[in-house]
Design a protein around this ligand. Structure first.
Ligand SMILES: Nc1nc2c(ncn2[C@@H]2O[C@H](COP(=O)(O)OP(=O)(O)O)[C@@H](O)[C@H]2O)c(=O)[nH]1
Ligand SMILES: [Mg+2]
Ligand SMILES: [Zn+2]
Length: 304
């Protein structure tokens, strides 16, 4: 040991995965399925559910997170002041909407943009299709299938099986506003695991009924699913204006065709995106959603 180095615990560090995060407290699952209640050293809080970490054990059942294995992906949202990590190492973002509560289209657009920016694949699930208002909701989502997004209609309560093939060999994260049925989906897929983890979390976390943290579950050796807390806000302050425009997939073929190179597609003359919208080739609700975001991310003091 180098002079001055802190003495670490005697047990060698092992690699595990964060399966739940509660503020600065994490549940880390080891390869033998043991679950450790872990903290980080110092004030570090840049870890997310799905992160692979090395831990040294501090006492039976507890550990300290020492290092993080580099991530393949990170899904997060951010406002002008801070970032909120949602999940790490996911390959697929499942945006869950429902026939009720009414689809929050801006939120769907933001989740999709974050997934596009982070290089994850996407699936939109329209849940609660057993309810009478499902025809209207389905009409509202036609926009997304026209853009090329995959859309699955579901009634998690009645039959979860249509979702299963979409989960194979993915680490999926369920995102969307609260009340759309994310936790129900997990419960229907994995009733026993969900109950067991809920118990563990109640003991360690806040003990509240609603999901106040993200939680990872195993479907099989290669397929995992993360339930996330419901969100109303989804800021994308970590994107530049250019990255934002690229994360709206239908804008991509037109980017570079505006009169001004640094066009933000707001009110600039000669904007190819505005022209495409006027011609009916870009949906005006999507453009409005993009503009709201563009104004948001560029109108604060820290903008780069
Ligand atoms: N009718 C109907 N209700 C559902 C369905 N899935 C979930 N729910 C209900 O919607 C409410 C919110 O579900 P929950 O899973 O907690 O949503 P979350 O906040 O997204 O996790 C609960 O009362 C569920 O029973 C469904 O497929 N059909
Ligand atoms: Mg929930
Ligand atoms: Zn433009």
């Amino acid at each position: 040991m180098k002079a001055g180095a802190k003495k670490q615990s005697d047990a060698p560090a092992v690699t595990g995965r964060i399966i739940a995060s509660f503020g600065r407290r994490y549940l880390v699952e080891l390869p033998d399925a043991t679950i450790l209640d872990c903290v980080t050293r110092g004030k570090r809080s840049d870890l997310a559910c799905g992160d692979c970490v090395t831990v040294s054990s501090s006492s039976p059942g507890a550990g300290v997170i020492e290092t993080t294995v580099p991530r393949t992906t990170l899904l997060y949202r951010s406002d002008a002041y801070r970032q909120k990590l949602i999940a790490a190492n996911v390959t697929q973002v499942i945006v869950v909407a429902a026939t009720a509560p009414e689809i929050h289209e801006d939120l769907v657009n933001r989740c999709l943009a974050a997934a596009e920016h982070g290089g994850m694949s996407t699936l939109i699930v329209l849940n609660k299709c057993d309810l009478p208002q499902s025809a209207a909701a389905l009409a509202g989502t036609a926009l997304y299938t026209q853009l090329g997004y995959r859309l699955l209609t579901l009634s998690a309560k009645e039959d979860i099986t249509p979702l299963i093939p979409h989960l194979e060999r993915h680490v999926s994260v369920l995102v969307g506003q609260s009340g759309v049925g994310k936790s129900t989906i997990v419960n229907r897929l994995l009733p026993e695991a969900a109950a067991r983890v809920a118990e563990l979390s109640a003991a360690l976390g806040s003990g509240r009924h609603t999901t106040t943290h993200a939680q990872l579950y195993h479907l099989d050796a290669d397929s995992h699913i993360i339930d996330s807390p419901g969100m109303q806000e989804f800021g994308l302050h970590h994107l530049t204006a250019d990255e934002l425009a690229h994360s709206f997939v239908e804008f991509r073929p037109l980017l570079g065709e505006c009169r001004f190179r640094n066009c933000r597609h707001l009110q600039e003359p000669g904007c190819a995106i505005t022209a495409a919208c006027d011609a009916g080739r870009i949906n005006s609700r999507r453009l409005a959603s993009y503009r709201k975001l563009a104004v948001e991310i560029t109108h604060h003091p820290g903008w780069k």
